[in-house]
Design a protein around this ligand. Sequence first.
Ligand SMILES: [Zn+2]
Ligand SMILES: [Zn+2]
Length: 336
Amino acid sequence: MYANQLDTPAPLDQHPLEWRESPTPEPGPGQLLIEVAGCGVCRSNLHTIEGDWVDGGVPAISPIVPGHEVTGRVSALGEGVTGFAVGDPVGVQPLWWTCEKCEFCTSGREHLCHERLITGEHVDGGYGEFMLSHAAHTYHVPDNLDLVDAAPLFCPGITGYGAIAKLDLGPGKRVGVFGLGGVGHLALQFAVLTGADVIAVARSADHLDVARELGARELVDASVVDPGEELEDSLDAAVTFAPSDEVTAQALRALKWGGTLVSGVPLNVEGFHFNKEQTIKASILGPRSAMREVLRLASEGKIRTVVDRYAMSDAETALELLAAGRLRSRAVLANE
Ligand SMILES: [Zn+2]
Ligand SMILES: [Zn+2]
């Protein structure tokens, strides 16, 4: 098989990824071999590849194949695997394995398991022709979904779903979605499904066009106005997926007193006024039950991904565009 392997993290302009041949792995007990159809290109991949997370032990192995929003077809079954057959359309999210024993794993919050292994960070991921998965963390992809288009459901999809699920939304509520890239465009659709009025905030005209198509009630072009000033004290809730302290500050200003901000990115908060009684929550990924709900909603046509396809061997191009903020929505690397 061929895969994009990373030996040593380095800035993209030093070409740290190499498209090279390596042995196709064999599935161990409880594992599946997946012939990859598509793998989304996530900002987390960029952090892994460029070495931003080396101090946190990521990547955990060398070489490693990045990529954690993966779809494909089952190619081989390891010992003891049931519920899957060769040829089944399947997907894998960033949560590659969890311990199944800790307080988080036994309370439906397995994404917080401290022993969790993350796809493409601790084990090889989907930037190649094949990858291994754990059957317990492999999902059937509904037959009516295109496998390449479905790949982003497995990270932006579950991330957006998890963020919106942390809010109490419904008809008559106003929610702002700040940042409309890969995650934002899916979070926006989950917010629309609650019946709330969704206000899309972004700097890119392309992103705002997509937001309108996906059901945003109002659009705020942050390259023209200050969204904090424009929306001041008007939102019941806000979600942010733009890794920018400026955007966090704008979202907090836009929130009503008593409102809730959910952040899906690292954030620093300055001057947080307790007298407004606002709430800040963080959100990352979600458990298997949430992932299955995302797939059901996609299968019923209630949410969809907006995807630009790149050849699997050309990961670097997609990553460069992501780094430059020039992607329309989600890039997916596809095997022909
Ligand atoms: Zn991701
Ligand atoms: Zn656990």
